[in-house]
Design a protein around this ligand. Structure first.
Ligand code: GDP
Length: 365
């Protein structure tokens, strides 16, 4: 699962990328040129359930779920009409969801591509670049289809054309494809087009560290929420700089630092969980002395497919899944007690795995 970070130059994308991945990619107060490759890192999905299970099982290894993170450099005003756009939108195409960073922090040393700090203006500017890019894709494709139909070979494109026309009408109103009402079949009909505004999006207002709880931030958040309400994107505020600092502290110091700030966990944790949810992902767990581990699956996955995540042999030789929900397990305290209380269920191949299920697969190869 991949998350792509975008934003105007100097909005704090790389700072956020570092906070999310624990890497130390270089941040700079001047606009970076378009990079041909994004920075790539791994985000460990914070999950208190894994921590709790680890205190119970004392495993040799604890493994969180992960999401790949791409820091995509080069989005700027006018990019949708620039010659460099295809390389950039190609990078974005590799992402399943977008994290859009919008600058709200003031810092004279950090240049700003517009005149002064205005998050509403900046957010809309980038949103429009995605929309214009998609509109051009739609129009080019519609022209091709029209030509094919004229030649009498376009019959198979009729369904696609109908969806493209819906898309065009939405984009012409300067609305993203994200919240266009299309069904799975319609979506599949245009699935090969590299739409950017169709991707689920989370917007992050990158606020100055002294302003997180300020009135100006609240007003800006209200404005952004209003703008994105009809565009199907979530909006959060955080300070990328603080998040990066927290991510670099040893765990015990991070705890004290958070306490000083009066918060229980880094804002980043919440953001990552939201991304996970936005992508329709859930976790199930495998537990033991060897390893306590979270596995990522799409919501709605059947037990036999979930088994394949762990190992293809387990999918092939699947017999049953021994399942207990996380809360039931924690209430019981140990596996032995859970068994005594008959809280473990035996489920078959078609069982739909639930978020937080602790599973022991029985298989035979
Ligand atoms: P990018 O161009 O969007 O990737 O932005 P960077 O992450 O490279 O950041 C650009 C500059 O802004 C760097 O000098 C950062 O240190 C600075 N910066 C990023 N976030 C913040 C913030 O929240 N507060 C302040 N004061 N500076 C920040």
């Amino acid at each position: 699962m991949k998350l792509g970070i975008i934003g105007l130059p100097n909005s704090g994308k790389t700072t956020l990328f570092n906070a999310l991945t624990g890497l130390q990619a270089e941040t700079a107060p001047y606009p970076n040129p378009i990079a041909t490759e994004p920075h790539v890192g791994v985000i460990k999905v914070p999950d208190r359930r894994i921590d709790r299970l680890s205190t119970i099982f004392q495993p040799r290894k604890k493994v969180y779920a992960d999401v790949i993170c791409l820091d995509i450099t080069g989005f700027a005003r006018g990019i949708s009409t620039s010659r460099q756009k295809s390389g950039l939108f190609n990078q974005l195409w590799g992402a399943d969801a977008i994290l859009h960073v919008v600058r709200a922090f003031e810092d004279e040393k950090v240049s700003h591509p517009g005149e002064g700090i205005d998050p509403g203006r900046d957010a809309a500017a980038l949103e429009l670049e995605l929309i214009f890019h998609d509109l051009e894709l739609v129009e080019t494709r519609l022209e091709r289809i029209a030509t094919a139909i004229k030649k009498g070979i376009g019959k198979e494109f009729m369904a696609e054309r109908a969806v493209l026309e819906k898309c065009r009408s939405q984009l012409e109103q300067e609305k993203p494809l994200r919240n266009l009402d299309i069904n799975e079949a319609e979506r599949a009909a245009v699935g090969s087009l590299m739409f950017a505004s169709l991707k689920p999006e989370l917007v992050l207002l990158n606020v100055g560290e002294e302003e997180i709880a300020g009135a100006r931030t609240a007003a800006r958040m209200d404005a952004l929420r209003a703008y994105y309400a009809g565009r199907d994107a979530l909006v959060f505020a955080l300070s990328a700089k603080i998040e990066m600092e927290i991510s670099r502290l040893p765990a015990h110091e991070a705890g004290a630092f958070l306490e000083d700030l009066g918060i229980t966990e880094p804002a980043m944790n919440r953001v990552i969980r939201e991304v996970y949810e936005l992508l329709g992902l859930i976790s199930f767990f495998t537990v033991g002395e060897d390893e306590v581990r979270a596995w990522t699956i799409r919501n709605g996955t059947r037990a036999v497919r979930a088994a394949g995540k762990v190992h293809s042999d387990i999918e092939r030789g699947f017999i049953k899944a021994e399942v207990i929900g996380y809360d039931d397990f924690v209430a019981a305290g140990t596996m032995a007690r859970a068994k005594e209380k008959a809280l473990l269920r035996l489920e078959g191949k078609d069982y739909t795995v639930q978020d937080g299920d602790i599973i022991n697969f029985r298989f035979n190869v």
